[in-house]
Design a protein around this ligand. Structure first.
Ligand code: PGA
Length: 249
C-alpha cells in the first residue's frame, strides 16, 4: 500500500484528480468508482477545475458506491443530489454514463442485482474511497461478515450520528442504505483511499494494522495490490511509520 501525506485536503484533492486524469486520458471509456461525503469534495473541485482547463469527461463512466434507501434522486440529502452538485452539473459527464443505486427503487433486491450487473459490465478502473469513523467503506458496516455483492444495509448508530450533520435532525437520517459490496471494490484496477483530519487518524491506523478484520471493513484494502492511501498530516499522525511526517512530528 502506498501512502502519500499532504499538508491539506486541498493539495491531496489536486493529487487525486491528477491520478484520475491519467486514467481518463489512457482509456477509451474510463470507469471511475465514486464516493460521497466530505472527504472527496476537494477531489471533485480539482476535477471540475481540470475540466475547465480542457479535460473532457464525456466518455467517462461513473459508478457510485451507495445511496440512502428511501430518498429520491431529487432529495437534497440524497447522494444523487450530492453528485450533481459537486461534479456532474459542472462537467460534461453524460447522464447516460452515470450510475448510482436507486434508493427509492420499488424492488430493492432487484435493484441490487441490477447494480451488480452494471459493475460487471463496466469494470472499475479507479475506485475513490473515503472511510467512516467506524471503518466502513461505501456503507459496508462493521459486522461478523462482509458481504461481497450489492446489498441493503442497516446503518450503524455511529454512522447515523456522524451523517446527522447533513440533516436537520438525527431522526431524519435514513436508517438503511444500498451499497456496493466489498467484492466490487476489491475488483477495481486501482483504489485511492482518502482520509483527512484528526478524527479519522485512529480508524485509519486500525485499517492498515496487521490482519484483515470484518469489524474494520477498510482493512480488506490490505488484500488489494494497488491501493494508494492519501492523507493529510493530521490524519497520518497515528501511523507509526509516518511519525516524522505528521503534524507535530
Ligand atoms: P466523510 O464520510 O467523508 O463525510 O467523513 C466518509 C464515509 O463515511 O465514507
Amino acid at each position: 500500500m502506498k501512502i502519500r501525506v499532504f499538508d491539506t485536503p486541498r493539495e491531496a484533492g489536486i493529487y487525486v484528480a491528477a491520478l484520475a486524469e491519467q486514467v481518463i486520458e489512457s482509456k477509451n471509456h474510463p470507469v471511475l468508482g465514486l464516493a460521497t461525503g466530505t472527504t472527496p469534495i476537494p477531489f471533485y473541485q480539482s476535477v471540475v477545475q481540470l475540466h475547465q482547463c480542457g479535460l473532457r469527461l464525456s466518455d467517462t463512466i461513473t459508478i457510485n458506491l451507495d445511496e440512502y434507501v428511501g430518498l429520491p434522486a431529487s432529495h437534497p440529502h440524497s447522494y444523487h443530489y450530492f453528485m450533481q452538485e459537486q461534479l456532474f452539473s459542472k462537467t460534461d459527464i453524460k447522464p447516460g454514463n452515470i450510475f448510482i443505486p436507486q434508493g427509492d427503487a420499488k424492488n430493492l433486491d432487484e435493484e441490487c442485482e441490477r447494480y451488480d450487473e452494471i459493475i460487471q459490465t463496466h469494470p472499475i478502473d479507479l475506485q475513490i474511497l473515503g472511510i467512516g469513523l467506524n471503518g466502513h467503506i461505501g456503507f459496508n458496516e462493521p459486522d461478523d461478515l462482509l458481504l461481497s455483492k450489492t446489498h441493503i444495509v442497516n446503518l450503524r448508530d455511529k454512522t447515523i450520528a456522524s451523517n446527522a450533520r447533513f440533516f436537520d435532525k438525527t431522526a431524519d437520517v435514513p436508517k438503511q442504505a444500498i451499497t456496493m459490496g466489498v467484492q466490487a471494490i476489491l475488483q477495481a484496477e486501482r483504489i485511492v483511499f482518502m482520509a483527512f483530519g484528526r478524527t479519522k487518524a485512529a480508524i485509519v491506523a486500525e485499517a492498515v494494522k496487521e490482519n484483515v478484520r470484518t469489524e474494520v471493513p477498510a482493512s480488506v484494502l490490505q488484500l488489494h495490490r494497488n491501493v494508494t492511501m492519501v492523507l493529510d498530516r493530521e490524519c497520518a499522525c497515528a501511523l507509526p511509520e509516518l511519525n516524522g511526517r505528521c503534524e507535530n512530528g
